[in-house]
Design a protein around this ligand. Structure first.
Ligand SMILES: Nc1ncnc2c1ncn2[C@@H]1O[C@H](COP(=O)(O)OP(=O)(O)OP(=O)(O)O)[C@@H](O)[C@H]1O
Ligand SMILES: [Mg+2]
Length: 213
């Protein structure tokens, strides 16, 4: 399936503002006549949502090994790519995904210590060559992330209950990834006001659309 659309992903640790920014971007795109497809990981398909439940809240997921966890994320992604992302891109749509394969590189690879080459191989297999054109990384320190999480009434999921050390590793992993992929990953200071961040994002997306990336 050939690709004509634009594939944008949002990354960053817990409560960094991914959902907030995706909502603002989608509203701005809609106002300019674009109809983006909004999806999330894990999930976005019927099978993927069942996997999401197992990964996040089901008691059956409590003792998942890092390897099994990685493969479940990959299975959800493999389904999402082929069922939703590739057909939308082939139809020329703009696709916005809340987390994608960079999350696996960082959470299961770096923070859960799965060797980088194994993680990269499974990521490549699951994504089948479908890589984001543009990724927004919202960088936020652990303390601010905790304050925002505590302010929201939502019950933390299995991964959100991990240690401070785990999330320090996640943050460092993301920053290394951004450093190694400057052409794709756009690093944003997520401690700024939402509308300030949103302006940077919209500007970058407008450039990407006009360049037909
Ligand atoms: N730039 C910001 N400054 C201050 N608070 C923010 C900012 N962006 C989002 N928030 C608030 O932080 C909380 C988490 O935001 P949001 O749900 O967008 O993050 P998220 O990255 O999608 O989180 P999750 O990892 O849980 O999906 C919300 O209460 C939101 O209103
Ligand atoms: Mg969110």
């Amino acid at each position: 399936m050939s690709k004509k659309g634009l594939f944008i992903t949002f990354e960053g640790s817990e409560a960094c503002g991914k959902s907030t920014q995706i909502k603002i971007l989608a509203e701005r795109l809609s106002a300019s006549g674009c109809d983006p497809l909004l999806i999330r990981e894990p999930g976005g398909t019927a099978a993927g949502e069942a996997i999401r439940h197992l990964l996040q809240h089901a008691p059956e997921g409590d003792d998942l090994t890092p390897e099994a966890e990685l493969l479940l994320f990959a299975a959800s992604r493999a389904q999402l790519v082929r069922e939703k992302i590739l057909p939308a891109l082939a139809a020329g749509r703009l696709v916005i995904c809340d987390r994608f394969l960079d999350s696996t590189t960082v959470y299961q690879g770096v923070a859960r210590h799965i060797p980088a080459d194994e993680t990269a191989r499974i990521n490549a297999f699951a994504a089948g060559g479908c890589l984001p054109d543009l990724t927004f990384l919202l960088d936020l320190d652990r303390k601010s992330s905790l304050v925002r999480m505590q302010a929201s009434a939502r019950k933390p999921d299995r991964i959100e209950r991990e240690s401070d050390e785990f999330f320090e590793a996640v943050r460092k992993g993301y920053l290394t990834l951004a450093n190694n992929n400057p052409e794709r990953i756009f690093l944003l200071d997520a401690s700024r006001a939402p509308l300030e961040i949103a302006s940077d994002i919209f500007e970058k997306v407008q450039i990407a659309v006009s360049l037909g990336l």
